[in-house]
Write a protein that binds this ligand. Structure first.
Ligand SMILES: [Zn+2]
Length: 468
């Protein structure tokens, strides 16, 4: 460990914790220890935190008090993960319609951070988190995931980002330079991956020689293919980290071939931060069971056995401001039957359905990673579901479900606003059609796909090489 790492760990990170009034480094130290506990001991810690979460929800959250009273359940009756199935699944629709009743009455309004997400399923959502959820626990899980990939606090990391994190507080804006310096994290905006952007990204990697590169797997695969096609050497990286989407087998192959390392896949969401991550064995993702309960359930909300696929529900054991209990992520996965050879006691999640999100290709030569096309902002316009389809290079169809639009005027205003927002992402050279629909049909795979492109990337590549 270099002098910079020691400075980052011993001085800068504790200073940031003090400024924020958080305890990220203490949570990180706890995770470093508890990761090696046997499964039973981790589950005992999880049960203790679950009981406290339920008691808090009953005492301070109107929605949960009513739900438990209606079902005749006292908080003392929910003590184990299997007791949890007596409570209903929390869907995005419920969060939307009961936002106020889901906020704890013992939290100062000023402590709540307003967040919005397009979600993996194209259903935008507005919700609230506290700085303790985000900076004491979410960030600590992120640090442990980095450590598993051999990246220490203070190591240089380049992150290819598609959009900005939701509304930072004034305090966060003020301490952002210190935070970035501490993590030596260079953020590169790559929403539009033109050949020029790709060239400059690769040059930056060669110049700054980061220890790790972190990005959506679809963006990493575009960068890797670009390096391979250019015939130039790939930058030397110690680790590649993916998140935001599940990495496909094809993406794993191109990343491994070009960068010479196996990507570390992470699974998280804006609502609950990092949920699970791969260790050095790459046989599945370890769930942070110390901080969360991840249930795999059937369509009725009943837990299924390991090895069986089901919906992924998350109970966040630290989200005191707006507790999410049995929150339906919209993802599909299963618990592994086997244990991981690494010896960690945290359970293994696998077979997570790939969150398909295609890349959009434009005539002017840009590749726009599907997750970079505006989705989060539509939550504020009352959109409850959406889907984008690129029919060909010249035609883009955006379908929206917006329950509140009753008059022709409101519909037309929404259409023009939506067209402007999408135009900002897609550029001038594609025709955008806005359709208002009653529902979005799931795909044949049974999973909603928010961004679909019917453009063949290989013929698109040939087209650009053929043009002058
Ligand atoms: Zn492992």
């Amino acid at each position: 460990m270099g002098a910079y790492n020691v400075l980052a760990r011993r001085v800068m990170a504790p200073t940031l914790d003090r400024i924020r009034g958080c305890h990220c480094m203490a949570s990180f130290a706890e995770l470093q220890t508890t990761q090696w506990w046997p499964r039973e001991r981790i589950e005992a810690l999880q049960r203790e935190r679950l009981a406290r979460t339920i008691e808090h929800a009953y005492a301070h959250v109107p929605y949960y008090r009513l739900v438990m009273q209606e079902r005749g359940i006292s908080p003392q009756e929910i003590r184990t993960v299997s007791d949890l199935s007596r409570l209903p699944v929390l869907t995005k629709t419920i969060v939307r319609s009961h936002t106020k009743e889901l906020i704890a009455d013992d939290i100062e309004r000023g402590d709540l951070i307003r967040c919005q997400t397009g979600g993996s399923t194209g259903s935008p959502l507005v919700f609230f988190r506290t700085k303790l959820d985000r900076y004491s626990h979410g960030l600590a899980r992120g640090l442990l995931a980095m450590e598993w990939a051999g990246v220490t606090l203070g190591d240089r990391v380049v992150t290819l980002v598609l959009d900005h994190m939701s509304a930072p507080t004034t305090l966060e804006r003020g301490i952002r330079p210190l935070s970035a310096f501490l993590r030596r994290n260079t953020r590169v905006q790559v929403a539009q991956l033109s050949d020029e952007n790709l060239d400059s990204t690769v040059r930056l990697l060669h110049r700054t020689r980061p220890k790790a590169l972190s990005a959506y797997p679809s963006a990493l695969a575009v960068v890797a293919r670009h390096i391979r096609q250019s015939g130039r050497p790939a930058p030397a990286l110690h680790a590649v980290l993916t998140g935001g989407e599940q990495v496909t087998d094809e993406q794993r192959v191109v990343i491994r071939e070009v960068f010479g390392v196996e990507p570390y896949s992470r699974y998280g969401s804006s609502e609950n931060y990092l949920l699970a991550t791969e260790c050095e064995e790459h046989v599945g993702m370890h769930v942070f069971a110390q901080d969360l309960v991840v249930e795999i359930v059937d369509d009725d909300g009943s837990p299924v056995a390991p090895g069986t696929e089901g919906r992924v529900l998350v109970t966040n054991l630290h989200a005191r401001g707006m507790p999410f209990i049995r929150y339906d992520t919209g993802d599909v996965g299963s618990y592994a039957v086997a244990t991981c050879p690494c010896g960690r006691g945290m359970p293994l999640l696998d077979l997570l359905s790939a969150r398909r999100c295609d890349t959009i290709y434009t005539r002017s030569g840009a590749r726009i990673v599907g997750n970079a096309v505006a989705r989060d902002d539509f939550a504020l316009l009352g959109v409850t579901a959406l889907q984008y389809i690129q029919e060909d290079l010249d035609h883009f169809v955006a379908r929206f479900v917006v329950p509140g639009l009753s008059t022709a005027g409101a519909r037309s205003r929404f259409q023009s606003q939506a067209r402007d927002m999408l135009r900002g992402c897609l550029g001038p050279d594609i025709d955008i059609v806005i359709e208002l629909v009653d529902r979005i049909e799931p795909t044949a795979a049974g999973k909603h796909v928010p961004v679909i492109s019917k453009v063949d990337p290989y013929s698109w590549l040939n087209r650009t090489t053929a043009s002058p």
